[in-house]
Design a protein around this ligand. Structure first.
Ligand SMILES: Nc1nc2c(ncn2[C@@H]2O[C@H](COP(=O)(O)OP(=O)(O)OP(=O)(O)O)[C@@H](O)[C@H]2O)c(=O)[nH]1
Ligand SMILES: [Mg+2]
Length: 359
């Protein structure tokens, strides 16, 4: 499903040195046909002009691709915008894209000046020198922006690792403290294959699994564990989980481990649950007590008192998960989701009608 990630389709971006090499190879291979009636000087001129033009053309096209291949940051799903901010930094990215793009008119100017000089030159040594000087100056412009190109390449790698999100599918986000069994649940119910381990912070990025329920393709999102602490103290990985809750979670399954085998107390987990409810007051939050197979009765009773309507499950054995998933899907307002999809479809067909009318 990586094609649903707008950063997954960016074509290969070359480094500064790769662009220079590529343009150089293309320019050497350029073949010119000129009439034998021309003087040697004029034939040289034609060849040098063609080489310079070819060099500039390929250098510009690779720079342009680096920028235009990037999805427009203003039109992305907010989940990707927030993650671009957390993982890459949007201002820095925009600045890098702008700087690379700004090389194009500079290359045009250098090319034009040297083409003029080539037209006026009357011996071939001078012509070769002019062509070499132009290529040298263009290469310097590209090298001067190499840090920006490297930054864009790195941003592409980072962003393309994110999962593909279907913005119009019912979406359940599974959240909670580290090590409570979120990945175990997501793996049990969906196509996702997250790593599961007995230590905290096993999941380091948002993972999306799919399942079919009542003829809907439902997305279930596994998130890294979050701790009960102020937002500004949260690390990049936790903030990625919060972004999934904020922008994707039409319903949240908040998982609690009342056995405390996860390493955090019931009180801490309860307080994070309250915070999640406070942060996202609109979306329903369903609580699942996991690991009840190893929870002592007394601890289970205390948990039940704190959150009376929680589901009780053993994710590792699939116990109670059907009922939990059904309640999660029921909590999603499918009607308004279908209306949104229908609006979207009719806006598309409206667009087609408009463009046909314009023909
Ligand atoms: N006894 C018992 N252990 C479970 C159950 N569910 C998960 N576990 C165990 O709990 C540990 C943590 O499970 P994960 O699914 O990796 O937990 P997580 O919440 O995804 O953890 P992070 O990715 O680190 O946040 C693993 O050792 C699981 O085998 C359960 O229902 N009962
Ligand atoms: Mg996990």
């Amino acid at each position: 499903m990586s094609w649903l990630n707008p950063f997954g389709r960016i074509p290969t971006i070359m480094t500064a040195e790769e662009i220079i090499d590529f343009a150089q190879k293309k320019s050497i291979r350029v073949s010119t046909r000129s009439s034998l009636r021309l003087t040697r000087v004029d034939r040289t001129r034609i060849r040098e002009v063609a080489r310079l033009q070819e060099f500039a053309k390929h250098a510009k096209s690779k720079l342009r691709m680096a920028v235009e291949g990037f999805p427009s940051l203003d039109r992305l799903h907010p989940f990707y915008i927030e993650l671009a901010e957390i993982l890459v930094g949007i201002d820095r990215l925009k600045q890098a894209l702008g700087a690379v793009y700004n090389c194009i008119p500079i290359i045009d100017e250098i090319t034009n000046t040297h083409l003029e000089a080539l037209k006026l030159a009357d011996d071939f040594k001078q012509m070769k020198k002019t062509r070499r000087a132009a290529k040298g100056r263009i290469s310097s412009v590209i090298r001067a922006t190499s840090e920006n190109l490297d930054f864009i390449i790195q941003a592409k790698v980072t962003m393309s690792r994110l999962p593909g999100v279907r913005p119009n599918s019912p979406t359940i986000v599974c959240a909670g403290f580290p090590n409570v069994g979120k990945s175990t649940l997501v793996k049990a119910v969906s196509t996702a294959e997250p790593d599961i381990a007995h230590y905290p912070f096993t999941t380091k990025e948002v993972i999306i699994g799919h399942l079919t329920m009542d003829s809907h393709i439902v997305q279930i999102i596994d998130t890294p564990g979050i701790l009960d602490r102020p937002m500004e103290k949260r690390n990049e990985i936790e903030r990625e989980a919060i972004a999934a809750l904020k922008y994707l979670g039409q319903v949240v399954i908040f998982m609690i481990d009342p056995s405390e085998a996860c390493g955090w107390s019931m009180t801490d987990q309860y307080s994070l649950y309250q915070e999640v409810k406070r942060m996202f007051p609109v979306n329903p939050v369903i609580v699942a007590f996991n690991k009840i197979d190893i929870t002592p009765q007394e601890q289970l009773d205390t948990a039940r008192e704190m959150i009376p309507d929680a589901h009780e499950i053993v994710a590792a054995e699939g116990i109670g998960i059907q009922q939990l998933m059904k309640e999660a899907l029921d909590a999603i307002d499918l009607r308004s989701l279908e209306e949104a999809i229908n609006d979207f479809k009719s806006s598309l067909s409206q667009g087609e009608t408009d463009s046909m009318g314009n023909q």
